[in-house]
Design a protein around this ligand. Sequence first.
Ligand code: 5AD
Ligand code: SF4
Length: 434
Amino acid sequence: MSKKLYIETLGCAMNVRDSEHMIAELGAKEDYELTDRMEEADLLIINTCSVREKPVAKLFSEIGTFRKRRKEGAKIGVTGCTASHLGEEILKRAPYVDFVLGARNVSKITDVLDRHHAVEVETDYDESTYPFGDYRSNPYKAMVNISIGCDKQCTFCIVPATRGEEISIPTELIVAEVERAVKAGAKEVILLGQNVNNYGRRFSAGGEEIDSFTKLLRRVSEVEGLERIRFQSPHPLHMDDEFLEEFTANPKVCPQIHVPLQSGSTELLKRMKRGYTKEWFLDRCMKIRQMVPGVAISTDIIVGFPGESDEDFAETMEVLETVRFDQVFSFKYSPRPYTAAAEYEDQVPDEVASERLKRLQSRHDEIVDEIMSSLEGSVQEVYFEELRPGGRVAGRAADGRLVSVEGSEELLGEIRPVRITRGMRRSLEGELAG
Ligand code: 5AD
Ligand code: SF4
């Protein structure tokens, strides 16, 4: 009888993909299959995030629950970004944990299983050519890593300390993976990396013919049967004109882009070491809106970064008004170990940061409500990927918005026109229009 794996994933899409890689490895080499019940699992894994303090706290509360609910003899593993940066410390705080496996050491999952208190957290371990299996939680859209690690030194960000230096995955491996996913039924791929549009910066096995993200997009779009390409996350600094032209002209590249702002104040952007100004950011977003009608632009914003004055925050609000983002992920600054900004002296009081976050979120909500209701009556091409309760099926419009219609299984994996009947804050409802 096969063994059972319970896995909980916190954090970003890279982590979701790392979990899929672990599931594939454990399934192929150790005969594990997934369960969603902690009580019946032989192995419980939490794949952690450390980008802010909150998900780190979540780790310790979750493994406490694992310990209480696990069946006798079941193992507990801590993997991912917090495993990387806390390492041994996790075993000191929670000695019942069996192993600690850092992000970027995912391929060692079967090696650490039977080594009591194994800690594998090298951040220079190179998995860029490891042949992971093809497990995917959603067969209709495939996440495909194109690089690992990050070379940027944004002063707020712990990721370079948890995922190490940036290495691009060889193009032929990416294309082969996309081809396999398409053969298995995916019409859409999401190219993943910490900084996708820096593709080609460094290959572990020497030079490569395809050395830019723009060229990679072109190459991937040649895969027959593939209809939609998305990517996550690009950096505003590397959005040169050539890239914008490809983004506009390539019919398989979806009109959806994440342009992480962080702050609207050039002064603060400098202290964050982001490498661009408010003007550059606005110029890129305005160009994108001009060149790609109907594009959805999402962003990340941090409020309360050390030294953020009322004027700095007002500039962030101004960018929000000008770009009218379709989606905003906003966070209160959280000081992280191994980052320069954690040492800055002018930390912003929590009440001030909370108040700014509230203002930002409520203004953004108003903007989104306007955008979503303006879509009522429009017709969107929706790729259906998921059954919903109440006899509904959900999918994504080309711009990434969640759309649901009445329907059943036969819509899954289909791209169909949908007339939007109702715009809500986070999703749209519609009816098939053909
Ligand atoms: N505090 C708050 N938010 C952060 N992010 C990264 N580091 C921090 C931090 N120390 C946010 C950024 C990034 C997103 C993934 O998380 O906005 O783009
Ligand atoms: Fe992803 Fe960053 Fe969280 Fe790591 S720390 S899981 S890279 S969001």
